[in-house]
Design a protein around this ligand. Structure first.
Ligand code: NIG
Ligand code: FE
Length: 414
């Protein structure tokens, strides 16, 4: 077999294993490991001593990884990076005691990001978001799911999705686009929820689909935003239009969004702090991936985290993600999310890594492409200056990454 990319003498290659099956993945550690890729795809993973099977082409990239731990690149399966201004003013209001819901109902929150995005041109947005994408890469993320949702007019939702698609062309990070027109009721429809829902279904959705600007459709199911009844209407229309489904469910209250995700066969249900075993059983039966977002719980100063270990016990492949957004989790750092997943969700380091890579790939329907270091998958990987896997979540708030590789090319080196 031929290779144009080789990494060898890795102290350990640590990776989940799986090619799209809906179940918690097994996990492998290869000591003195090596990996080879050709044209961005992994062709060999094993011991360095076995590398003689691989024929290296002229000009191949060769990485000496002596003393390094190697993991798959992170798949961040839930992000909202398409915003203009940041919201540190609301961060201060929350420190002073206001709740996220109070700020939202007073016109702040998502609606303040909407006003800002509407006033920002497409070109300016691209310039502001590029450094955010660099930061994802610097912290080891090689694929993100990226949502619209701060436009909330047909024009501004399309603008946001066009930005995602343009960034996907321009930047090494892979972006998987999600249409989130039903993120909030915008100012001009506060007295006419049904009018806004009609706009989402009858004007936004057909144009997004027609122009193939998004693969998934998502919605914010919450008592102060869209009810389960609204969500059923919007997501059923999205399903009929050919979108795969996601849903922000049971985050701040128990509202039934998770059961709806199972009813409609969503690819993932996200947040899930207020869910229980009845919901989890439905998710198993309908193969809905739980995407847990401990960074948002932490950043909102809340105490109630999702019951990850119990979800794992019933057979759900749990994913974790940042929820990167200017309101409830202003961080692109998956290593920090690993730390929270260990401390607050009680995942073991290998389980947290699996949740942040392979299970996360399942949550964006890419389980056969990303998230594990196996023959046939994308050569997306990270080398870490750490003595063992547990050290990654243990030494938190700093960057321990040495190299990030996307599709067999080095895209970051410290
Ligand atoms: O996932 N839940 C809805 N959306 C985001 C918050 C977005 C914002 O505050 O700007 C979330 O937490
Ligand atoms: Fe979110």
């Amino acid at each position: 077999m031929r290779a144009d990319f080789i990494i060898k003498n890795c102290a350990e290659i640590v990776t989940p294993l799986g090619s799209g099956e809906f179940k918690p993945a097994s996990f492998e550690t290869i000591t003195d490991g090596a990996l080879a890729a050709f044209e961005g795809e992994i062709v060999f993973v094993g011991k360095t001593a076995e590398l003689d099977k691989v024929e290296t082409v002229q000009g191949a990239e060769i990485i000496e990884a002596t003393g390094k731990i190697v993991t798959p690149g992170f798949v961040d399966s839930h992000t909202h990076p398409i915003f203009g201004d940041t919201r540190e003013n609301e961060f201060e209001m929350r420190i002073a005691g206001k709740s996220y819901e109070e700020i939202a109902l007073a016109g702040g929150g998502i609606r303040s990001s909407v006003r800002s995005l509407r006033n920002t041109s497409k070109e300016e947005l691209v310039e502001r978001i590029l450094p955010r994408l660099d930061r994802f890469i610097e912290y080891g993320t090689t694929t993100i799911e990226a949502k619209s949702g701060y436009g909330l007019t047909c024009e501004d939702e399309i603008k946001s999705l066009e930005v995602i698609n343009e960034l996907n062309q321009r930047h090494p990070l892979d972006l998987v686009p999600t249409f989130l027109g039903a993120h909030e009721i915008p100012d001009e429809y506060r007295d006419n929820n049904d009018g806004y829902i009609d706009l989402v279904i009858n004007e936004m959705m057909p144009e997004v689909k027609e122009r193939n600007l998004a693969e998934f459709c998502d919605i914010f199911c919450e008592s102060h935003v869209f009810s389960v009844k609204d969500c059923r209407k919007i997501l059923s229309a999205a399903k009929d239009a050919g979108f795969k489904l996601k849903i922000h469910a049971d985050q701040l209250t128990r509202n039934g969004g998770t059961a709806l995700a199972a009813e409609l066969g969503a690819t993932s249900a996200d947040h899930l702090e207020y869910t229980d075993e009845n919901d989890w059983e439905k998710m198993v039966n309908s193969r809905v991936v739980p995407v847990l977002l401990p960074g948002a719980v932490f950043f909102l100063g809340k105490e109630k985290y999702a019951q990850a270990t119990r979800m794992h016990e019933v057979g759900l492949p749990i994913a974790i993600a940042t929820d990167f957004n200017p309101g409830t989790c202003m961080s692109e750092s998956m290593p920090f999310i690993l730390t929270l997943a260990c401390l607050k969700l009680k995942l073991k380091p290998a389980e947290a890594l699996t949740a942040a890579t392979y299970h996360a790939a399942l949550a964006i329907d890419r389980g056969n492409l990303f998230g594990s270091l196996e023959v046939g998958k994308k050569a997306d990987l990270v080398t870490w200056d750490v003595p063992n896997l547990s050290y990654i979540p243990y030494h938190f708030g700093v960057n321990l990454i040495k190299t990030v590789v996307k599709s067999g090319k080095i895209v970051y080196e410290s």
